[in-house]
Design a protein around this ligand. Structure first.
Ligand SMILES: Cc1cc2nc3c(=O)[nH]c(=O)nc-3n(C[C@H](O)[C@H](O)[C@H](O)COP(=O)(O)OP(=O)(O)OC[C@H]3O[C@@H](n4cnc5c(N)ncnc54)[C@H](O)[C@@H]3O)c2cc1C
Length: 453
């Protein structure tokens, strides 16, 4: 069988099937340190019917299929470890319907979050989930992504109202619907969100939208230590203020960002905060914040009320990982991604910084601390086994500490290839149940095989 010819017969367009080496290589790796592996072919479908026919074909011949959104995931999710077909969704990028009165939108999976927000602006609405990269909605749903706004609006699982899904035999189902609440049977939408392309392939996604807040105020607050910043974050959250974002960056992150974005932020542990809502609640929240910060060792704070300066501040935060990558040329990055209960946050941040320093690594610590979620971003020489071993030891200590405090090995990036051992550590007893769901929905194990377990 010639895979290229078979796929060409399905999509009927030679521009949309590729076995070109450069294209295969582009689909062989994510944004992090995992060993690449090429697919045998890449297809760019344009409709659910095409996806369904490709899946039927793959099922008949037991060929692995790896859905590919924007390729920004960080745990090797899109690496075709057993070859097969990479299904690139960049041409399924239509916003199908915006229903402003119902606060919802239905999109194809290749729509990116920035594309969506551009289209929503004129309706006074926005889609809140904002990972640092301009990821696709399909990829974000499949990893249960979150970002700076999740402290206020929740994670991807809280935004998806319904899915259209191609199952492993090529059949098409719809889960959920258009209501904000439902108690109708098992929550299959919730199960499929975060399934990393291993249970089904999303071809349409209905999302909940939010109104753009009337008033916004952003603040940079500098602290003498990462621990003090973590404590302050937890206390601000307890005060019940109109917090929209609460992000922590350590001095290493700020140094990299200043160099990368030509900014002049003070190079010390800092909380980037945003308050949003109506004018009176934002004004009140900012006043209370000032009092709390004074009591919590804050060294200095600065407001960013101008919308352009505010956008620059958040762009700098979103580009932090790119800045750390640029500060370490020739290296690849490993991202830890733990999440702990808020009462454990300050201690966990300190443990992470201490472990990085103990092993003499150039790591930066940053995170969405309003959720208790943070990352150590650790550069590795891809040719050094020795360095990889040290970084893995550090990673393990950070995750083990988080688990010992009731946390999780991944707050938002997912399991992919990189966290399989940690899933075993966190939920070993549940893996048989997870595997039975996988076997039921994908008996031939063709959907993104080798991931999660
Ligand atoms: C600089 C940077 C910052 C980041 N910051 C964050 C952050 O703050 N928060 C966060 O959560 N993540 C973050 N990430 C990680 C990444 O952006 C997210 O994991 C994102 O959700 C991946 O989306 P994607 O479109 O790139 O998906 P891909 O990487 O292409 O795919 C991810 C997974 O989704 C599956 N998939 C893709 N499309 C479909 C589909 N249509 N149907 C079924 N499965 C599908 C793939 O098979 C794969 O398993 C960051 C990454 C970078 C590079």
């Amino acid at each position: 069988m010639n895979l290229n010819d078979e796929l060409l017969a399905i999509v009927g367009d030679s521009e949309r099937v590729s076995i070109n080496e450069t294209i295969l290589e582009q689909h062989s790796k994510g944004e992090a340190y995992h060993t690449p592996s090429c697919p045998d072919a890449v297809v760019f479908p344009k409709s659910k019917e095409e996806v369904s026919r490709i899946v039927q074909f793959a099922s008949e011949h037991s060929i692995p299929l790896v859905p590919y959104g924007a390729g920004t995931s960080l745990e090797g999710h899109i690496i075709p470890v057993y070859g097969g077909i990479s299904l690139n969704f960049s041409l399924m990028n239509q916003i199908l319907s915006i229903q402003p009165d119902d606060f919802q939108v239905t999109v194809q999976p290749g729509v990116t979050r920035n594309q969506l927000n551009q289209a929503l602006k004129k309706h006074g609405l926005f889609f809140p989930t904002d990972p640092g990269a301009d990821a696709s909605i399909g990829g974000m749903a499949a990893t249960n992504a979150s970002g700076t706004n999740s402290v206020r609006y929740g994670v991807m699982r809280d935004q998806v109202l319904g899915l259209e899904v191609v199952l492993a035999d090529g059949s098409i189902i719809r889960t959920g619907g258009h209501s904000f609440k439902s108690s109708a049977g098992y929550n299959l939408t919730g199960l499929l969100i975060g399934s990393e392309g291993t249970l089904g392939i999303f071809t349409e996604i209905t999302l909940k939208l939010r109104g753009i807040p009337e008033a916004v105020s952003a603040v940079k607050a500098v602290f003498p230590s990462i621990e003090a910043a973590g404590n302050a974050a937890a206390i601000l959250l307890k005060a019940g203020l109109a917090i929209g974002k609460i992000e922590l960056v350590d001095e290493k992150t700020i140094q990299a960002v200043n160099k990368f974005k030509s900014t002049d932020f003070r190079e010390e542990p800092t909380l980037f905060l945003e308050f949003s809502g109506n004018e009176p609640e934002v004004t009140y929240s900012v006043e209370v914040m000032e009092e709390i910060l004074k009591d919590e060792q804050c060294v200095s704070f600065e407001f960013e009320n101008d919308s352009l300066r505010r956008a620059q501040l958040w762009e700098a935060r979103h580009h932090a990982a790119f800045a750390i990558q640029a500060a370490n040329p020739g290296k690849v990055l490993m991202f830890t991604d733990v999440c702990v209960p808020l009462s454990e946050l300050a201690g966990a941040l300190k443990q992470t910084r201490d472990v990085i320093e103990k092993y003499g690594l150039e790591g930066a610590v940053l995170g969405h601390v309003g959720d208790g979620n943070y990352h150590a971003c650790l550069p590795i020489d891809p040719n050094s086994e020795e360095e990889l071993e040290v970084v893995e030891a550090v990673h393990h200590q950070i995750v083990s500490y988080a688990l010992s405090k009731g946390g999780t090995c991944t707050g938002e990036h997912g399991i992919g290839l990189g966290k399989k051992a940690f899933l075993q550590e966190e939920h070993g007893d549940l893996i048989p149940i997870m595997k039975s769901i996988k076997t039921n929905l994908d008996p031939k194990n063709i959907l993104n095989p080798g991931k999660i377990f």
